[in-house]
Design a protein around this ligand. Sequence first.
Ligand code: PLP
Length: 441
Amino acid sequence: MNKDTPINAEIVNKKLAANNIDSVGKASIREIKKLVDDIEKESGERFVRMEMGIPGLPASEIGVNAEIEALKNGVASTYPDIQGIPKLKTEMSRFVKNFLNVEVAPEHCLPTVGSMQGGFAAFMTTTRMHKDKDTVLFIDPGFPVQKMQCQVLGIPYETFDVYNYRGDKLEEKLEAYLSKGNISTIIYSNPNNPSWICFTDKELQIIGKMANKYDVVIIEDLAYIGMDFRKDISKPGEPPYQDTVAQYTDNYIMLISSSKSFSYAGQRVGMFIIADALYEKKCPDLKRFYNSEGFGHNLLFSTIYPLSAGTSHAPQYGLAAMLKAVNDGEYNFIEEVKEYGEKAKIMKKLFTDNGFEIVYDKDEDQPIADGFYFTISYPGLDGEELIHKLVFYGISAISLDITGSERTEGLRACVSLVSRNQFPDLENRLIQFHKDHKNLK
Ligand SMILES: Cc1ncc(COP(=O)(O)O)c(C=O)c1O
């Protein structure tokens, strides 16, 4: 390693050893975070931190104030109803109508302790609906913790990287998996963490068609709802709407996190939306685990209940107030988070001007949107080598390897924690990196 890297190489090597890390590319996100914290502390240099997907914007005051008021009114002392407070259920139902053009009864809109709990509850229940269908199919790349959830639940899963199966090719690929008969559930995120690809309407139509043909439940993870800024979905009740598989099948669960779109990660409250028809579905095989056959009933009273006995009371009031404001057209939640897309545009250019390439760069024939994440590679280096080297240049990210991506040359960069006043540093570090490595090609 060149001795004159922007971050003192001796300090980096010392901290790598102290944290028992041989290769940054093999470390987990939390290990990388700790390593960078240690290096920053000793070197006094600030990193361009792109490893963690945490929101970098303040939470909306509307939510915070509603929570304070609810707490003052005494909600802390009582258990919340398992199905959620009525006000929140009504606003969730309005929200999916206003921004996705989908009708779901308030009864089937449930709060969960973040989409993290939503995913866990969904996996547990959907994989028990039919005794011969116990497997989850991940359309990858994806959010690694969801595979961890399957692992700890003992649920088998299969996965494929969608990179080479965009557009019409997706149908044949899905057929190959679903025709085996063991898949109960398909999950993907849209916009996608980590690649920021967004499925086109044609692709969502294919996924919906397959869900109907093979009676498979789609878990559509909309953690970044509305953040495909190529399309402004911010006007309630007016097109364009967020693209969703719900237009093409009644066999869906939507997980709509409040963490990113509403900068509300700390309150751990998310929306769990079950299609009316799926909620009412009767599955005799569920009786192996539950007392009754009803899918929605079991999900709520026999899965969410034993997991956490519902969702914290005050955050439900906070989310209800924010949703009411967006549904009434008084608060534009998209406007608040547009900053991520604007930063991504500038940062992507700094990378590509200095020899880097965007790994997942297209939605069929369209360039992908600028948003919360983007993916990068550098010719001549694999992802593991690249991330290791970048640490010496004061830049941190994560390897795509851990996301189910087959593009092992790639890294995921998250824009949220990088402030605009760091762009000159980022540029200078990338210029130097390129100067030091361009002969690799
Ligand atoms: C794709 C995806 N799903 C779910 C989550 C978790 O959301 P929540 O904070 O609501 O649990 C995240 C958070 O990063 C995510 O990226």
